[in-house]
Design a protein around this ligand. Sequence first.
Ligand code: PNS
Length: 174
Amino acid sequence: MTARVRRVVCPGSFDPVTNGHLDIVERAASLFDEVVVAVGINASKNRLFTPEERIDMLTTACERFPNVRVDAFSGLLTDFCQQHGIVAIVKGLRAVSDFDYELQMAQMNSSLAPIETVFVPTSPEYSFLASSLVKEVASFGGDVAGLVPAFVHTRLTERLADRSAERARPEDGA
Ligand code: PNS
């Protein structure tokens, strides 16, 4: 009899990946046989990094986990799960405030396909961490160096500087 591989997904926007995401990925990798970190691509959302950049940063950040690979999806997460033999969605829960929405998504997803959602409590040191906050704090010059991998911090600083220079430039033809 062949053992069944327990393949799970850690989905997200990862704009950009934070140490909080990596904590959840690492813990998922210790619980399950294979972890697919899946970057959700939604063209209607305004992101700081392109899907390719987000995938690239995640791939580098996850290199140290042998049973983790990075992929991307658009459309329904449950379709991606079914196409890739994924049995469960792993989500980090930072606080009670995350729970309402995450429960709703978990129940919707399980109504669409036989996919379980497994909630992993975020480690206390990351309970305040969100990509959106990291970007906001960094854009005002706050120190976020300890919240993302060092190479992500470099790329974030560069991208925010580019954006700020673009905004400062007078419009063409003006
Ligand atoms: O990092 P985020 O922005 O919280 O990630 C959200 C994501 C990508 C996991 C979520 O928006 C998602 O699953 N999108 C795919 C579309 C989908 O399946 N929607 C129905 C969810 S019930």
